[in-house]
Design a protein around this ligand. Structure first.
Ligand code: NHF
Length: 504
């Protein structure tokens, strides 16, 4: 069987910023379990994996030497290192365009090399994720036309960026001339034709020039269609994301630290919560991995004393939130509803664990002000914490909140369900597919869906959920619903759907 290449700017096995890092490697692993030779291609972003690697290809681009290193991990990774990829910033620091172009040229160069030398097997499918992988798809497209190759090109959108690029970018950074023949929805045409049709908008250009255009949930698919325009209606498909961790993995990990015997037992949950809130919080110190972001936030974090979280004086109902520190995630909506929640539930403990991204300074300032004002009830962790501590927070929580303005999938929601913790989420994108509302389905409900942006609804439903969780019998029932619901999101199912799309 011919290989399947999955291209991504993030893999949790090399470098992770957000949810994207979880998806290609997990899909690749599930495809391998079905007997397909799936490989993840990703830049090193300055990371050196400890495993021994074999160099499969090297190329010189503008005086820099780039290498593809093959790592025999599961799933197999081809990590590209050298030149711009020695830089540790993934999306920040002004190198992104250059990184995306070089990624394209190395992957495209490697494809050409194996086709011409016959030294390896050309893939049957190249599946690019988000616009950073598009240059690689485009160069593969041009090569496919030139050499009459049989390769399916697949593009999966994880978050609309509306990124626009100049024709110069393609001409100078990718060596794709305006006349280069590429194939697309209207057949083989000069590149400039599709470029103009898309107005330089990469996500639209991708739509015109790949064989299958996908996103990550049924809910988000509708948003994408609306955004891209009438031509795309009914022609986009989706492969749902799935579990980052199983309930077993969370429960086993938590049991190691907190000696939990029955993970659904409300008494045991409360014991873990007390330990987490009143003792262990002290060591939940976040690490910021992108140097550019770390530098720009250093003084702000010190100023607002956000650099090391203090434990709470005593226990209380725990509401947990996490994610990237971006406007999309709606953190300001939660902050706006805090007063209301605290008035109703004075002992509530709200813990936020957020990964900062470029340009998040205004949000950090806002967080800093709330941190001072709501000292009794609020703790903020900025940066990454260990997986074990992250799982413990999910496990200890009585409610998890996803106040996103829009959300392609919302991996955090399934992470929470797998930990047995119910979710209050905005009714948007993938969250609509994940959360079963307790008001509509009391038997199988796992939380509440609310109008995106509504502070009042957010406060009211959070208070309501905390009330429900106060009663041990209902709490246990809701928690077991969450665990059951999480099982619906399996990579096995998603890999099956991917294969149907690839080979249809
Ligand atoms: O889960 C991976 C992730 C999604 O909703 C998430 C997002 C970016 O915003 O598909 O991509």
């Amino acid at each position: 069987m011919k290989p399947i290449w999955l291209l991504t700017f993030e893999s949790y096995m090399v470098r992770k910023v957000g949810g994207l890092a979880e998806v290609p490697p997990r899909l690749a692993k599930a495809l391998r379990e079905k007997g397909y030779e799936a490989t993840v291609f990703t830049p090193s972003h300055g990371v050196k994996l400890v495993d021994r690697a074999e160099e499969v290809y090297s190329v010189n681009i503008r005086g820099e030497n780039y290498r593809i290193l093959k790592y025999r991990i599961n799933p197999e990774h081809f990590v590209i290192e050298g030149g711009v990829f020695d830089d540790e910033n993934v999306y920040s620091g002004g190198m992104l365009l250059e990184k995306s172009a070089v990624f394209g040229r190395v992957v495209g160069g490697y494809l050409k090399h194996i086709v011409e030398s016959g030294s390896g097997e050309a893939p049957s499918v190249i599946h690019g994720n988000d616009w950073h992988s598009y240059p690689a798809l485009l160069l593969s497209n041009a090569l496919r036309v030139e050499k009459e190759l049989r390769i399916k090109l697949v593009y999966q959108l994880h978050l609309l960026s509306k990124m626009k690029l100049d024709l110069d970018f393609f001409t100078f950074s990718l060596n794709i001339g305006p006349d280069t023949p590429v194939s697309g929805i209207e057949g083989v045409k000069p590149f400039e034709y599709y470029f103009n049709k898309a107005g330089g908008w990469v996500e639209k250009l991708a739509y015109f020039t790949v064989d299958h255009y996908l996103t990550v949930s049924n809910g988000y698919l509708k948003d994408v269609e609306k955004n891209l325009g009438w031509e795309v209606a009914g022609r986009i498909n989706y492969i749902p994301n799935a579990l980052v961790w199983t309930s077993r993995e969370v429960f086993d990990t938590v049991a190691e630290t907190y000696m939990v015997k029955n993970p659904l037992d409300p008494g045991e949950r409360e014991r873990v919560r007390r330990r987490v809130l009143t003792e262990d919080m002290a060591r939940f110190k976040g690490v910021i991995t992108e140097p550019h972001v770390r530098e720009s936030l250093k003084t702000l974090l010190e100023h607002y004393e956000l650099d090391s979280p203090r434990p709470f004086h005593d226990d209380g109902e725990l509401v947990f939130l996490s994610g990237r520190l971006a406007g999309q995630k709606g953190l300001d909506i939660l902050l706006g509803s805090l007063e209301h929640i605290i008035v109703e539930k004075p002992r509530v403990r709200v813990v936020l664990a957020y990964i900062p991204v470029e340009g998040c300074e205004p949000l950090v300032r806002k967080l800093g002000e709330y941190h001072w004002a709501y000292n009794e009830n609020l703790r903020i962790i900025i940066g990454k914490i260990s997986l074990k501590d992250y799982m413990s927070l999910y496990f200890a929580a009585d409610a998890y909140i996803v106040p996103s303005r829009y959300e392609p999938f919302g991996l955090v929601a399934v992470e929470s369900l797998a930990a047995g913790t119910p979710v209050v989420a905005s009714s948007t994108g993938g969250l609509k597919d994940i959360v079963v509302d307790l008001r509509e389905n009391p038997e199988e409900g796992v939380g509440f869906l609310i109008r995106p942006g509504s502070r009042v609804e957010l406060a009211e439903t959070t208070v309501k959920l905390l009330e429900i969780m106060r009663h041990p019998v209902t709490q246990e029932k809701v928690r077991s619903n969450c665990v059951k619901r999480a099982r619906e999101f399996s990579w096995e199912k998603s890999a099956e759907k991917a294969l149907k799309i690839y080979f249809s």
